[in-house]
Design a protein around this ligand. Sequence first.
Ligand SMILES: Cc1ncc(COP(=O)(O)O)c(C=O)c1O
Length: 437
Amino acid sequence: MIKRRFTRIQTELPGPKSAASLARKEKYVAAPLATYAPFIIKQSEGALLEDLDGNRFIDFSGGWGCLNVGQRNGRVTAALKDQIDRYLHTDFTAVPYEPLIELAQLLCERAPGPWQKKAAFFNSGAEAVENAVKIARAYTRRKAVLVFENAFHGRTLLTMTMTHKAKPYKCGFGPFASDVYRLPYPYPYRNNLRPEHIERSLLSLVDPSDVAAMVVEPVIGEGGFIVPPDWFLPTMRELADRYGFVLALDEVQSGMGRTGRFFACEHSGVSPDLICVAKSLASGLPLSGVVGKSEIMDAPVSSGIGGTYAGNPLACRAAIEVIKSIDEENLVERAIHVGDRIKARFDALKDRFEIIGDVRGLGAMVGMELVKDRVTKEPASEETSKIANESLQSGAIFPTAGLYGNVLRVLVSLVITDEQIDEGMDILQAAFEKVVG
Ligand SMILES: Cc1ncc(COP(=O)(O)O)c(C=O)c1O
């Protein structure tokens, strides 16, 4: 029996009010915008959600990793209310405003590296990555872009090309952008990649003196929560320095305290040339950024980068408070605690259920990979989806990830309480017992 303090399932899912709304969604919202939860949200707080029918959930998806400081963080909502009474939009390049300048300073102060830094803002993670490539091309006057297996960088033409998983992200959407070359990514559970394999692969694909940028996730997110070995980022830094290309880290999912450092790359001691941030940057408001070496950031021609809504004042106000909350609420340390607590439960599940092949993670970026057989490591995709669904129906929302969708991952708000973690883990355990017990 699960002792419930935070979750409450009092109707079939979807309940009648959610069902009515979802029927309208079917009729009016384009079908490819497929939804995961079988209910409609009414309100939220911290890591908890309530639907239109009064059902309550613990949300381990955190809006796909956008809610590190929690839903409706008090500092964020207060700043937004204040900003609403001042001005909503000018376009920074028409009439500049202070929140964007303050946010740029805060990010530059936090990005690693002893050099002078600057920042630029955009609307989505994909836009940040795409602009990092544009900036690197302008700086190096080279064209080629290096990316990795299992990468997810977004859905624009360039970032879709840079993304690895074909279905659903690239399916039917070609032709793709040119000059993008894919290298193998170390995946300790499934391959034994060595540094020389990556360099050999690079040299066989493209002349390194044509490479503008290497774009890399310090921990693979959507591609399956893959934590590379310690040698990986230092080796990529060394390759970038040797061949004169820009090292751009995609910290859209791993940044903003998620892994137990403000930026995940800080675990490795590597200072990249550029860092892309989004998701938890503005607590779910559409905002992304590129921060990095001033001489690189300044390379495009005047007005060469930007966008009408880029760095919207409301989103910048939210982001300033997100950064202050991360500092004042010690959320970077909290990420380590949250990750350890969840990992301990995942490890205990692994001892009980053969289907769990691997438990891994960095800070609160924790996942488990499910396999049909621990020797062949055949992905257990269907079972993963059944367990996630069973858990969701019982009140705990866990997203999946990976090329085969066989990774259960945690992107929960870092403000989740220990009691909420425990209740969510009890629900997940019951789901394992029901599906594969
Ligand atoms: C690592 C990474 N990069 C880029 C993106 C794209 O971000 P957006 O969906 O905001 O365009 C994502 C989104 O999941 C991501 O995880």
